[in-house]
Design a protein around this ligand. Structure first.
Ligand code: PXP
Length: 247
């Protein structure tokens, strides 16, 4: 069965909107695990726009499934990862101006650096996954870099318009996953996956895990809003009763 890693960055995004304490991604991780998540994914970005160092350290203590740390190869972030020892480290590109990770990691253009970071992380017990576009050059480079997994960037497929473009992007994902398996790499997929576009992706060769964030957290807001409003109405009503103000 294909596993589901739940990315909870957006829970932290909401918290950081007020720089307060809620909602706490630690609590969200526990709820996701209780609902069947096979792993928890967080991205500690250099600009700390959502997940904070404290979150990563606490999640290391509390996650009962597997902790997947998305990270760039900047020295400061690598040092934190080596200390935290996540179950999996997914190396991603990072640009400060981007709204979210835009493209795959250019492994081919920096094999030596990626191999070096991969080895360091593997030495502390983390499996290493490289987030790459589904193109042969990057798949080959990922194998050269000694990664355990590749996570194929599904964003172009998710953004594709019309049947022909969708089929084209799916074809690239299907072919690249075959190639990755042939080269001894294990296969994950993520980015832009929704309840509506996930189905064809299950046919990717050897696919072990989806990493999904935005769509799940967006859905959680919608399925949770009615209960949240009802609870606030109840809290107000109970306070009125308590103070003898009931009409
Ligand atoms: N995988 C990677 C490597 C990512 O960077 C992200 C976004 O943080 C995801 C998966 C999840 O993408 P989405 O939030 O679009 O589901």
């Amino acid at each position: 069965m294909i596993k589901l890693g739940v990315n909870i960055d957006h829970v932290a995004t909401i918290r950081q909107a007020r720089r307060g304490r809620e909602p706490d991604p630690i609590w969200a991780a526990g709820l996701a695990e209780m609902a069947g998540a096979d792993g928890i994914t967080v991205h500690l970005r250099e600009d700390r726009r959502h997940i904070q160092d404290r979150d990563v350290r606490l999640l290391r203590e509390t996650v009962r499934t597997r902790l997947n740390l998305e990270m760039c190869v900047a020295r400061e972030i690598v040092a934190i990862a080596l200390e935290v020892r996540p179950d999996m480290a997914t190396l991603v590109p990072e640009r400060r101006q981007e709204v979210t990770t835009e493209g795959g990691l250019d492994v081919a253009g920096q094999v030596k650096r990626i191999r070096d970071v991969t080895r360091q992380l593997q030495k502390v017990g983390a499996q290493v996954s490289l987030f790459i576009d589904p193109v042969p050059e990057q798949v080959k480079a990922a194998a050269e870099a000694g990664a355990d997994f590749v996570e194929f960037h599904t964003g172009r497929y998710a953004d594709a318009q019309g049947e022909a473009e969708i089929e084209h992007e799916l074809g690239k994902l299907y072919e690249s996953s075959e190639m990755a398996l042939d080269l001894g790499l294990r296969v994950n997929a993520g980015h832009g996956i929704t309840y509506w576009n996930v189905a064809p992706l299950v046919r990717m060769a050897g696919l072990e895990e989806f990493n999904i964030g935005h769509s799940i957290i967006s859905r959680a807001v919608m399925v949770g809003l009615s209960a949240a409003v009802a609870e606030m109405k109840k809290a107000i009503r109970e306070a009125e009763l308590h103070h003898g103000l009931a009409g």
